[in-house]
Design a protein around this ligand. Structure first.
Ligand code: PLP
Length: 456
């Protein structure tokens, strides 16, 4: 066991600053401020090395769907570790957990999705479908269909393909991205960019940018369109109702693959097994990760529809792609146990019928505050949009400061939330109780009132 006694921990901050480079962090500032050291988790709470308790309104990083400290997972992992800690799925072999997990995942997808390709993460999942889509079109006798259309402010991971597909300018600036063949259209962010249009008019306008981009590139050159059903890292941007049906119509009419990035939206977060089911669309490919194992061990994958899967199996021959840890038996065992818990505890139904609506009511109660422009929520995925003048949808000049002011106040009062610019993001574990939702709303209200007193 690592020594996590207070004495040992007192040194961890210095060791972290000296040796550990963190993702998406300004290391000079972080080292000066010091990292928070999280030691323990139980249910919806995490505890730092000073014993301070935080309600985790963000489920780790959108992933701890079943909450912390579930011994069933630890035991399933231990059993599999003892039985077979590793074997690959490359050279004509497989392992029981990998097979059973692929079957279990597809049992919750639509009837057209019957296969899974395993990866180690959501980024690898995006790299995987990227290659798969091009291989598919090659096998279909249309090798020029290579371009991928994605969205500005979308997020699809940090690998070269993932970061290229994502529409974050500040990521593209580091490392000459996007790579050739990736194109972006605008996001359906009505509050910030909808102007005078109604939500539905704006949703249609944004969806039709896809058609315009296909025309610009030439239908014979476009392989796929990718989007998160609800844009997560970009700010929990729930598109207008008109958006997804129009996107699906265009993909079908123009014969391009529809890819739904389910890395956040999957496994109950939206009150459905997958986010695309909430919007009633059927993707051809769907990257998954996070809630697949509730983050207990790293595992991801791509759900593959019969349209693509049958061609891969019948026509392609070798698909020259894979990872040492594709279908890792211990990660798969953790994921299988996680999915058993989600099924047995009816967590998807719970989000849809009980705790999702309860969160909606709580968030709605915040709309009386002058700083709250709007609330957007589906299941247990939600955003509070900050506003300087809610009557005119005027946003704060310094959006980052507005969000960080709320976030830091909440953190000091024991609630972890995320701020993407001037949107406060919520994504708690699916097991959160009514009392914990009340606590989350209460601390958030205080954070919002504080920010208004400083910035309003
Ligand atoms: N896709 C989406 C929608 C995500 O939100 C993320 C991570 O947040 C990824 C892909 C990348 O997943 P990972 O960090 O596991 O590589």
């Amino acid at each position: 066991m690592p020594n996590t006694s207070a004495a040992a921990v007192s040194n961890l901050g210095a060791l972290d600053a000296a040796h550990h480079l963190h993702p998406f962090s300004d290391m000079k500032k972080l080292n000066a401020a010091g990292t928070r050291i999280i030691e323990r988790g139980e249910g919806c709470y995490i505890f730092d090395n000073h014993g301070k308790r935080y309600l985790d309104g963000f489920a780790g990083l959108w992933c701890v769907n079943i909450g912390y400290g579930r011994r069933e997972i630890a035991e399933a992992v231990m059993r599999q570790m003892n039985e077979l800690p590793y074997y690959n799925t490359f050279f004509g072999t497989t392992t029981p957990p990998a097979v059973l997990l692929a079957q279990k995942i597809t049992s919750h997808a639509g009837p057209n999705i019957n296969r899974v390709f395993f990866t180690g993460s959501g980024s690898e999942a995006n790299d995987t479908w990227f290659r798969m889509a091009r291989v598919y079109w090659g096998a279909m006798g249309k090798p020029t269909k290579k371009a991928i259309i994605a969205r500005r402010n979308g997020y699809h991971g940090s690998t070269v393909a993932g970061a290229s597909l994502g529409g974050m300018k500040w990521m593209h600036e580091q490392g000459d991205l996007p790579i050739a063949g990736v194109h972006h259209i605008d996001q359906p962010y009505w509050y910030g960019e909808g102007g005078e249009l109604s939500r539905d008019e704006f949703g249609l306008k944004m969806a039709r940018q896809l058609e315009e981009k296909i025309d610009e590139l030439g239908e014979d050159n476009v392989a796929a369109f990718v989007a998160e059903p609800i844009q997560g890292a970009g700010g929990v941007i729930v598109p207008p109702d008109s958006y997804w049906p129009e996107i699906a119509r265009i993909c079908k009419a123009r014969n391009i693959l529809l890819v739904a990035d389910e890395v956040i939206c999957g496994f109950g977060r939206t009150g459905h097994w997958f986010g695309h089911q909430h919007f009633g669309v059927e993707p051809d490919l769907a990257p998954i990760a996070k809630g697949l194992s509730s983050g207990y061990l790293p595992i991801g994958g791509v759900m593959v529809s019969d349209r693509v899967g049958n061609v891969l199996v019948e026509e392609v021959g070798d698909f020259n792609h894979g990872f040492t840890y594709s279908g890792h038996p211990v990660c798969a065992a953790a994921a299988l146990e996680n999915l058993r818990i989600i099924e047995d505890e009816k967590l998807v139904e719970r989000v849809h019928d009980d705790i999702g609506p309860y969160l909606a009511t709580g968030l709605k109660s915040l709309e009386d505050l002058p700083i709250v422009g709007e609330v957007q929520q589906v299941g247990l995925m939600a955003a509070v949009q900050l506003a300087e003048d809610k009557a005119t949808r005027k946003r704060f000049e310094d959006k980052e400061t507005a969000g960080v002011t709320v976030r830091n106040h909440c953190l000091a009062n024991g609630l972890v939330l995320r701020a993407t610019a001037d949107r406060m993001l919520f994504s708690p574990p699916l097991v959160i109780t009514h009392a914990e939702v009340d606590e989350m709303i209460d601390i958030t209200r205080k954070g919002l009132e504080h920010a208004w007193s400083v910035l309003g």
